[in-house]
Design a protein around this ligand. Sequence first.
Ligand SMILES: *Cc1c(COP(=O)(O)O)cnc(C)c1O
Length: 377
Amino acid sequence: MIPFVDLKAQHRALKPELEAAFERVMKTTQFILGQEVEAFEDAFAAFVGVDHMIGVNSGTSALHLALLSSGVGPGDEVIAPAMTFIATTAAISYCGARPVLVDVDPVTCTIDASRIEPAITPRTKAIIPVHLYGQMADMEAISAIAEAHNLPVVEDAAQAHGATRNGQAAGSIGHFGCFSFYPGKNLGACGEGGAVATKDPEAAKQVRVLRDWGQERRYEHSVLGYNYRMDGLQGAFLRAKLNHLDAWTEARRNHAERYNELLKDSDLVLPVEGPGNKSAYHIYGIRHPERDRLRAALAERDIATGLHYPIPIHLQPAYSALGYREGEFPVSESIAREELSLPLFPELTMEQQEEVAGILLAQLADAPRQKAGVAAP
Ligand SMILES: *Cc1c(COP(=O)(O)O)cnc(C)c1O
């Protein structure tokens, strides 16, 4: 049996560090914010290369606060890719604004920068590139468009802790970088968590106030804020885990390279890193028209896979009111039909990867015979 991610292996290896973190918080009983959260914020700010990091209770909250701090409100529009997890656009909707979707690039699966400018209107208030699967979007092109139109860029870096593009870290380029520490992410809490990165001290102050009920002084609420605070335990766990993130990213990149090598002679579309990109490989997604058959063959051998994502945002029932139609974003729709995420986690072994690849290659070799109606030997 091969799981899609193996958090048990990770936590076995980290048991002493995580238990020490737990004990520290139990001793102080600083369960919400407090020194452990501050220590993590400082360490993660240094890791990303920004001056300010604000710990919150989820990646969704991070996006919501970054958009609010960008001045996004009712009647506004925010540009986002059609292929992403719904949290990206949900955060826009929570502000009362409208997600304006654009298609993604067929090679990198990140927002197609050439389609952003035509989508800008007088109501546009921000652009959210998503560093999908761990690979950063075309930030040079996006930053140039944003600058020309005086729009803030909010990076959705929920899948891209430790990814870089031309040496710059995910979350450090836009006005805001938003991270998720959902357990299955490359840096995962033992529960929910998120963070907002920014270089702007005023914006940082605003986000800090908004995450804690809009109060600068206790029980004095200068704005209507939220209960979006990070737990002390999560801060302590995350700081312990952050020490291992570089090694985990390196392991993910090595595994991706091995999958590339094992599968290179097949007709599968394999992940491609765009120029200057070092992907954090949150997801290793292959693409094939017979995705469902390949997935079933792996499931039969107890190998877990994922789909990221089977329904693009514009075809989600929850967003039917936006008025998009099928066929409007063909690249996102083909990814939804054809993408298959293979098991990928730092502790994955060479033997496991060979087993996964072997099943895929056997299935692909069998396909023409099955189609021709000739019985397999
Ligand atoms: C996980 C994820 C989020 C949301 O993070 P949560 O911590 O689950 O709220 C946002 N955007 C993307 C692309 C994600 O993968």
